[in-house]
Design a binder for this molecule. Structure first.
Ligand SMILES: [Fe+2]
Length: 229
């Protein structure tokens, strides 16, 4: 369990501002303990014990939200991310893990998607809904995917769920309530795939979603090639 206020808290300055001391302390603790854990399951178990301390720390979340609203350098809302409701709170120097915060307006959900890493996802407020899917086709047909819903859960404040890489962790998450909510997600080391997969469950389709910078580079490169042709 992560202890709050234990020992001297040091802060690290990044190019985008000073990390919140509570987050810095949490990140340092994880940096020390996570390398000793040798399986997804043990990493997930450890993280599920630790994350509620942050989820239930109302003062911490208030300070982070105040930073966003007043345009403080931390957390950096200009940094491009895969989802537009996502803010990066901490990244391990060797990218062993990252801690991210998500903001969800009333009724906002992701599309069904997979991940390139294991992850623990938890909510600070009532209303966070997680639907897990199983892929039931064999993946042999390009662009085709059939998903089956296997579980739908509503998390209470401080509760967590988890995801796994690729087909083992397909889910759709969001806010089924009528107030804006905050969730915190800790993801492990990413596999080298440069995109995640999105799913259209109405039309049984799967498509690739690239990070914003890579998407722009790829499209620019294609446009250049077309203009030269
Ligand atoms: Fe997700």
């Amino acid at each position: 369990m992560i202890q709050k206020g234990g020992g001297k808290v040091t802060t690290m300055t990044t190019t985008t501002g000073q990390i919140h001391p509570e987050i810095q302390s949490f990140g340092e603790r994880f940096s020390k303990d996570l390398p000793d854990l040798d399986s997804y399951r043990s990493c997930i178990e450890y993280t599920r014990q630790a994350l509620p301390v942050l989820l239930l720390n109302r003062q911490l979340l208030v300070e982070i939200m105040q930073g966003v609203v007043s345009g403080e350098p931390y957390p950096d809302i200009r940094r491009p991310t895969m989802f537009d409701n996502e803010l990066i709170l901490y990244v391990h120097p060797a990218r062993l893990f990252s801690l991210r915060l998500y903001l969800w307006g009333a009724g906002e959900f992701t599309y069904p998607h997979d991940h390139n890493a294991w992850g623990v996802i938890g909510t600070a407020m009532e209303g966070y809904e997680v639907t897990n899917f199983r892929r039931v086709d064999d993946g042999s047909m390009e662009g085709y995917a059939k998903l089956e819903e296997v579980a739908r859960i509503n998390l209470k404040p401080g509760e967590t769920a988890f995801t796994l890489p690729f087909d083992e962790g397909i889910h759709r998450t969001g806010n089924s309530g009528d107030k804006t909510i905050i969730t915190l997600h800790l993801y492990g080391k990413s596999h080298s795939r440069s995109y995640l997969q999105g799913y259209d469950i109405v039309n049984n389709q799967v498509y690739r979603v690239f990070p914003p910078r890579l998407k722009k580079k790829t499209l620019a490169s294609q446009a250049l090639a077309d203009m030269k042709a």
